[in-house]
Write a protein that binds this ligand. Structure first.
Ligand code: CA
Length: 415
């Protein structure tokens, strides 16, 4: 069994910075959420330092609980060395899935791990928070805890003391199960039932993570929200966690919105960078770019095709009879039109079908085409001259004045 991950993080609607961090590392089979705290952005430093140290320690072969102790030492060292960072801390909920044994969770603080098994959501971790301790002691109900004003006070964190008590759980996940890691920005905003229904409804782990973040924001988004969704699948080889999370992290880390191709093969650079501090909605930005990259060429192709058809449809002229009195006219376009490009009336004459010779009449009935406007005008003028000459012949024996015929140009109108 191995995990395929999707992740999303967001600053929320109230906070100015995102002090959460997460890890999606297929190579190490390590996934984690950290929720930093401390003034003046120290929380960001705390969570980033912790996930970095966690990764290094797991990469060096440590079990997850030892790696969390190493993360604690790293945060503490940094806060001791810099007065601006004094007192900073972070939660850490991490899962390592070795593939050849049970996946293990290490946990400190009030971020959470849940298991969705056969549609039922259960919380795997206990919160190290004041209200949860009061609940465990029977002094608060869990309903009271949900709305308690001090529900964000945590009783255990990394970076506070040199010794930290790390809870360790074995994940009872089997293929088909889903594990959720999240910061309290999700669980204080969205009820467990609603979390469960999103996890049941959305099969794609990356999309499920995004929808959970959206739900927390719709409920007010009072805190940073970070979600990692892990799908337990067959197989031992890692490496195809959701590209949205991995690719988005790479883009955020390098400040480069271009980046991966969206295939399911994140490389080491994806994994290397996925524990960097997220500044904004990675998945959302990523998908937006991907949509744009597809949409722009499609729009260009459509516009070019329309222009080519238009050019083809409009490049010729033809003569015809128009109206009940069969007036002699010139159109621009193709007889009958082409794919919505209808011919337009360019010239209306005061000649009618009755004025023409039988041969000329056939040309108009056949809607004779010309490759240029000047060729068409020349033809019409020839016809007008012929008609005038014929009339002159007919009237030369009478006293009637010669009739003059001329071309009049009407403003273009749709035929
Ligand atoms: Ca938080």
């Amino acid at each position: 069994m191995r995990f395929v991950a999707g992740a999303a993080t967001d600053v929320g609607r109230v906070r100015e910075g995102n002090e959460d961090a997460f890890v999606v590392d297929d190579r190490l089979r390590l996934f984690a959420v950290a929720d930093g705290m401390g003034g003046h952005r120290a929380g960001e430093v705390a969570s980033a330092t912790a996930v970095e140290a966690l990764r290094a320690s797991v990469a060096a072969g440590s079990p997850v609980d030892d790696a969390i102790r190493a993360a604690n030492a790293a945060v503490l060292e940094k806060s001791d060395a810099d007065t601006d960072l004094a007192g900073m801390g972070t939660t850490m909920t991490a899962v390592v899935s070795p593939g050849d044994g049970d996946a293990v969770i290490g946990h400190v603080g009030d971020s959470r791990a849940y298991l969705l098994h056969e549609g039922e959501l259960s919380q795997l971790t206990d919160d190290h928070s004041l209200v949860e301790e009061l609940v465990r002691e029977g002094r608060l109900t869990s309903e009271q805890a949900e709305v308690h004003p001090q529900r964000s006070i945590i009783t255990r964190a990394l970076g506070i003391e040199s010794d930290v008590d790390v809870d360790r759980y074995t994940v009872p996940a089997v293929v088909g199960d889903r594990v959720l890691l999240c910061s309290d920005g999700l669980t204080t905003m969205v009820r467990a039932d609603d979390i469960a229904s999103i996890l049941r409804r959305e099969p794609h782990p990356g999309h499920a993570a995004e929808q959970l973040v959206d739900a927390a924001n719709e409920a007010g988004g009072e805190d940073n929200i970070t979600v990692v969704v892990l799908d337990a699948v067959e197989g031992e080889a890692g490496g195809d966690s959701d590209a949205i999370a991995a690719a988005g992290a790479a883009a955020a880390a390098s400040g480069d919105a271009e980046a991966p191709d969206g295939t399911d093969e994140p490389d080491a650079s994806d994994a290397e960078s996925s524990d960097h501090k997220p500044e904004k909605r990675r998945g959302r930005t990523r998908r937006w770019w991907r949509t744009l990259l597809v949409a722009v060429p499609v729009v260009v192709i459509i516009v070019v095709a329309v222009l080519i058809v238009g050019w083809y449809a409009r490049r010729t002229y033809f003569v015809a009879f128009a109206g009940d009195n069969e007036q002699v006219v010139l159109y621009q376009g193709r007889p009958g039109g082409v794919l919505g490009w209808d011919p337009t009336l360019e010239i209306t004459t005061d000649l009618t079908a009755d004025d023409l010779t039988p041969a000329q009449r056939i040309a108009f009935e056949d809607e004779l085409e010309f490759s240029s406007r000047s060729a068409a005008e020349e033809y019409l003028e020839g016809v007008a001259d012929d008609v005038a000459a014929a009339e002159e012949d007919a009237t030369s024996t009478t006293t009637s004045p010669p009739t003059t015929r001329s071309l009049t140009t009407s403003p273009p109108t749709t035929a």
